[in-house]
Design a protein around this ligand. Sequence first.
Ligand code: ADP
Length: 649
Amino acid sequence: MARKQATAPKKPAPEAAAPTEPETTAAVEEAPVKAKTAAKKPAAKKPAAKKPAAEKKTPSSRKKAAPKTAPVTETAPTVEEAPVVEEAPVVETAPVVETVPVVEEAPVVEAAPVVEEAPVAEETPVVEEAPVAEESPVVEEAPVAEEAPVEEAPAPSGPVILTHLPRRSVAFIGSECHPFVKTGGLGDVMYALPRELVRLNCDVRVILPRYACIPKEYQDKMVYRGEFYMDLGKTGRNFYVGIMEYICDGVVYDFIDNQEFFTLGRPYVNLVDDIPKYCFFAKAALAALNWMNWIPDVIHCHDWQAALVPVYLRTLFQNTPVARAKTVLTIHNLRFQGIYNIPTIQYWTGLPDYVFHMGALKQKYEDANMFKGGLAYADRITTVSPTYAWEIQTAEYGETLDAHLRYHSGKLRGIVNGIDYDMWNPATDPALAHNYDLGNVLDHKMENKLALQQELGLEQDTGKFVIGLISRLTNQKGLDLVNAIVPQILDGNTQVVVLGTGDKQYEDAFRYYENTNKGTFCACIQYDEARAHRIYAGADALLVPSRFEPCGLTQLNAMHYGTLPIVRETGGLKDTVQPYNEFNGDGNGFTFDRYDAGLLLDAINRAKTLYFNNRYHWDEIVQRDMDKDVSWANSARQYKDLYMELTPW
Ligand code: ADP
């Protein structure tokens, strides 16, 4: 049953969920606010039309003004206009109304005259799906904008926004994002895709938990944006929701603060803790959008931790402003689904009974599957490669959701990930011993190899074939295949470097190989971003023999650093690595198909044969891989097209 509450929320909840006084309420209330809304009728439903010309921000102007308001969409009820009082002073210069969750230049916050145009959902006739609002879930606090969020100065090269493209607003909701918190590829995507979408003229807000483990450097840059209280499921309590904001390169990051849920040293702990945490987070993220009065065109959710967002949106939030948004749910890894017994999920979410059926959240007899529910309610489902989109509809890769995904296949598509060229650039990468580009890769890669060998205590010899493996050490990553053939790989001319943490059995196996092969095998059982960069630069080849791989980023990083991938033909590995063809010289790397250690060894041996017998051709592939476009540009355009498809106005 439900987990007991461990600690009290940061602030005591006000007794009555008192809809605060009209003078101070921004009335950007979320969730079922039925009772509250009856009293006041929103005067303007289309605030965009009223927008004062002077206030209209072009995307470029948005970049210039330092501490600016959150990016504003033209169509969404923007922060400026919505709660503006009839006789509101001009926002640019005048003190900002307290109720407006705007962080304009003037940080003054004084009570404003009555807010009339509260964009609260009017009392609507009960929609079939809309559950009866249990009680007002949120207790509004005065949304005080204390100080302007720190906006990082855009890089000198800055994001160049393609203003001729149609403009859309998107809220990303997910559980991790580089550089704040990252455990794998999801963190990379949450960082890189929003930045690329900004270039494509999207206003992007990324909503994340404010984990205590976020480095102090970033905690210090966050600015308090406001707070409110929100009810949660059947807990009978109102939970504190703080919003901390940070703006960088045109992307607004809003961190949901609640010390009860986010104090641990790492984002994922165990299901007992994680289920309530993400039930809270998904609801708080939607409530925060309403509270900020920033209603995006599209809400883009990521993995099971945010999968309840589409479910909440079409149930508890159905009659609130945010319900006008369309939803996209991206599967980064179907293995993790957020499954727990139905009573517990009901307790933490308060979702109506009708979502707990086999077509939505229910699974087997008594379980609720958060990912499954999200897939049912999302307007579009994406996954991170076309091959994985196909694979997950089969029993072998579907993780028991294959039938569900086949049912929803009409709204499912695969868009392959890219990598961020600012973060992954061998020409400027500060972690490398020697920077290089396409023109001088052949010389400088050798220097990086020597530096890597020295750093890791391997025999320094440019003639050795160095194989890297950078991975979470879990059963997904094909490590049992690697373990089975390490003795055959180490033939006297080959060195192996493993960087990763994870399951003890793999950590121990790699430590064993290091102990028995000093100087030729190195096991770095750690998570070390800078070392990962140096391995990409210093190795000749990178192993990615995954059992399944939704997209995989390591093979992309490797190619971009002139390191040839050796991969199993599955998921995104199949889509991004074209096998080397010894007859016509085409290809980017070496591949094998069945999950079999012998086939992996065969692929490694083919790579070695080319490396030692035909270096000229090897080097040609190195250059071709570095030249291959693995950036986000193309993939981000596909996401933008998807958003446009959903919002074709
Ligand atoms: P997954 O998301 O399944 O872990 P991906 O290939 O999509 O795998 O993404 C892995 C990302 O994490 C890559 O950017 C990779 O460089 C990085 N990474 C994985 N393990 C480590 C590690 N031990 N140290 C540093 N970076 C790592």
